[in-house]
Structures are given as C-alpha cells and as structure tokens.
Design a protein around this ligand. Structure first.
Ligand SMILES: [Zn+2]
Length: 459
C-alpha cells in the first residue's frame, strides 16, 4: 500500500510509488562523535591534502575519490597463493571464534621524515580496525597480530615508489617494488606463517606516496592464485597485502583489509570494491570523478566510499557485504520467493539482537533483492540518512565495471544526489515494484527502530 497520495514512476520495468511532496534530504541532527580513535593523525586539516587549502566538503570529495582505491586490474603478478582465508584460533585472551592475525610492517622512506611511532600503528589496526570488524561481524571476527619493532627503511627515495592517485594510471611495477622491498627487509626478522595477512604501514603521507591506501592482492595486482608472493628466503605471504599511508581513514583501513578477509573464490574477489572503476578513471575534477564513481551504493557501505565525512568514523557495511564476508548469520535473513507473500519485521542492521536483519527475495538464478534497515546505531550513526535500503544484487557480476555491479541500491529519491536519499521510509517513499519479476515491497509501519514490511506479487 502507498501511504498518502502517491506518484507512480515507471522506469526500466520498475515502478516507484512515491508519496509527494519530495522532501529534500536533510541530514538528521546528531552529535558528531569525535571519538579520537577514529581520526587519523594529521588528516583533519586541509593543509594535509594536495591542494593545501580546500573546503571541508571539497576535501571530503577529494579525499574520497583519492581513497577509492582498492583495485581491480587482473594482470598476472607474483600474487599470493590462495590460503585458507580464515583461521580458527584462540589467542591472547580473545574469545571471538575467528582471529585474523595481521603483520603490520612499518615502512619509511629515506627522504620522508615522520614522527609516527609503533603504538600509533598498533592503535589503528588492533584497536580501531579490530573494534570495527568485531562490530560488523557481531563478535565473530577479531583483528590481532603484530607491528614490526622497527621502521624498515626502503632502499630508494619515495619518488621511486610513488604512484598515481588514479587507479588506471598506477604504475604496478612500482607497487610490486614496494611490496618486494618491504618483504625483503622483514624476511630475516619475521615468521610469515604466523600471519593471515600483511599490511604495509608507511611513514608517508598521501602527498608523498600518491595514494592513501590500496590493496595489492587481491586488488591492484590481480587475484590470480597461480603465482605465489614469496620472500627471497621462500616465505609465503598468506591472505594478501594491503598498503596504507599513516593518514588512512578507518574506513580505508577496513575497505582494503576487507578485500583480503573476503578472499578469492572461483576466480572472483568475494568482497569487491563497490564503486565503478571506469567512472572513477574518467578525466575531470576529483569531485566529478567521485560523484560519478559511487553510483552503486553511495555512502551506504565503505566498500563503495570509505566514509561519509572525513571527520567521522565510517558507517557500517551493508548486509550484502556482510553476507559476502560470512558475517551475517543466515538465520537472521528471511527469504521470500518472488511472487510469494510475506510480512517481515525488519530490525536495524546494526542491532545483532534483532530477529531479522535482512530479507532476501531471490528473483533469478543469479539475481535477488536484499532489504535492510539502517538506523543510527553503532557505526551506522555515520550514514547519510536512515531508513530501509532495497538492493538489487547479481552474483553473475564480479566487479563494478562499465556500470554493472554485483549489488546496487534502488534509489528511493533520485532528486537527492549521490544516493544520499536512497533509503525508503514511512511517510516519504514507501513502496517499490519490479513489474518484470512481479515483486512488490511495501513499508507498512515503523515500530521503534524496526519496520513492518510486506512483500508480495504486484498482480
Ligand atoms: Zn577496493
């Protein structure tokens, strides 16, 4: 049912019932949590960016677009051999069932001074990232590990490793050189078999290195399992390798680590970037590039954009990304077949105690709808809005290329740019119809933070 007078919009076999008047999205007022733990050192000021004097909003777009980095090239490389992507371990008093052990290699360049110490790296990965991963996985996964005792100085100036901030312009040989030089330095000091992934943490800024964070494997250097990334002594790097400037936002740390945590299955990254690579590579201003690139999930998942606002922690991840990571309990997902009727009380995705956290409507062999409820709970306090998200997923699509994506938001209000108004809500946008597949989704009521949702055939 449509609440109030409704307007019917038909597009691409899909009908949106919208209750007018359209309301320009306004950000819900809420106190910005200035939790110091989430703010990367020295990146709160525009002077740390390449332009030196840009507005906060422009800085957000600039940095997001630079940061949209976890990359997709499929060129063969000395990539990491596929390893069991998760380990069942109990360690250091933690009780979470899956512990991802990271080796954080501190890397500095002979010509780049810095004052970052080991404790800062420990805090970034084993406190901030760990807390985020624990919340996203409902306590299933922890990030633990070690930071190298010393900074390993690269044999060459940073200019020899520096890469473009644009994905398609990155010199992959330079990336390879950085990874291999870092591994050569630590080879004699560490036992890599203890670790499920490696992160290179640079004592360098965005403007020194060119990128603020990226995933080498599975990412920029491909995800073939045919080759093995080894040190000179033959130690095998397991899981993958990510690279970060010390300025990287928590959302960036997560985004590029998530590529590794998701791993590779049947030749596909399980957790791909959700921004459009081709649009991100288009010429134009950083802002235009950025706006063009987040056509699939907007700010609603750090796999699309690492954060909504630089000065805030990242929002939570979508149920789609949670499912790809194996972090959403299947018992919390209600499945209703296309054409069938059902009613669901959908709890907030950020509330692990809710009985139902997502609703899946299989449509074809590879496609389905996924419905989730995003409320200002936990890291979802940092979203651009609240409400019910309807996603269309297609498992036959591996990566976000040429406008296609394995998951895309249905945009409840396209008058609001950048998918910030994508959420459906009572009193605003309450109904969605897919005529072709005979699927109708209606928001009936909001009870506390939960939504009563009816799903059924259109006809
Ligand atoms: Zn990525």
């Amino acid at each position: 049912m449509v609440v109030g007078e409704s307007k019917r919009i038909v597009s691409d076999n899909q009908v949106y019932f919208v209750s007018p008047p359209f309301r320009q999205y306004s950000r819900p007022s809420r106190g910005v949590q200035r939790l110091s733990g989430y703010f990367p050192r020295g990146m709160g000021k525009a002077s740390d960016t390449t332009s030196g004097a840009i507005s906060k909003r422009r800085a957000r777009f600039l940095l997001c677009s630079i940061v949209l980095i976890s990359l997709f090239a499929v060129q063969p490389f000395t990539s990491v051999h596929g390893q069991p992507r998760q380990e069942m371990m109990r360690g250091r008093g933690q009780t979470c069932p899956i512990v991802q052990q990271g080796l954080i290699i501190l890397v500095e360049f002979p010509d780049v001074p810095h004052t970052i110490d080991k404790r800062y790296a420990q805090k970034r990965f084993f406190k901030e990232l760990n807390e985020y991963v624990q919340e996203m996985s409902c306590g299933k996964v922890c990030i633990q590990g070690d930071v190298t005792d010393k900074w390993y100085r690269m044999p060459h100036p940073v200019a020899e490793y520096r890469i473009s901030s644009r994905n398609l312009e990155v010199d992959k040989s330079r990336l390879t050189k950085l990874i291999l030089d870092a591994l050569a330095e630590v080879d004699k000091d560490v036992n890599l078999s203890k670790y499920s992934f490696v992160a290179i943490f640079m004592g360098a800024r965005l403007k020194d290195y060119g990128m603020i964070g990226l995933c080498g494997y599975p990412g920029m250097l491909g995800w073939s399992t045919q080759d093995i990334l080894k040190t000179k002594s033959g130690q095998v790097v397991r899981g993958g390798v990510a690279i970060f400037s010390y300025q990287a936002h928590l959302g960036t740390l997560f985004h590029d680590t998530a590529h590794i945590l998701g791993g590779v299955k049947e030749g596909k990254r399980m957790v791909p970037c959700l921004y459009d690579h081709d649009l991100q590579a288009k010429p134009g201003s950083m802002r235009e590039t950025f706006v063009d690139a987040i056509i699939n999930m907007g700010f609603w998942d750090p796999m699309s954009c690492h954060y909504y606002k630089w000065e805030m922690p990242p929002p939570g991840i979508s149920s789609w990304t949670k499912m790809r990571l194996g972090w959403l309990d299947p018992s919390k997902v209600r499945v209703i077949k296309a054409g069938e009727r059902g009613e669901v009380l959908l709890g907030p995705l950020g509330d692990p105690k809710a009985e139902t956290l997502a609703t899946k409507i299989p449509v074809t062999e590879s496609t389905y709808y996924l419905i989730e409820n995003r409320q200002a709970i936990g890291f979802d306090r940092n979203l651009p809005g609240n409400g019910v998200l309807i996603m269309h997923a297609d498992d036959s699509v591996a990566e976000c290329r040429h406008g296609k994506s394995p998951v895309k938001l249905v945009n409840a209000n396209s008058s609001v740019p950048h998918l910030e108004g994508a959420a459906f809500d009572i009193g605003k946008n309450t109904s969605y119809v897919d005529l072709r597949h005979n699927v109708k989704i209606d928001l009936i009521d909001k009870l506390g933070n939960s939504y009563k949702i009816q799903i059924g055939p259109y006809q």
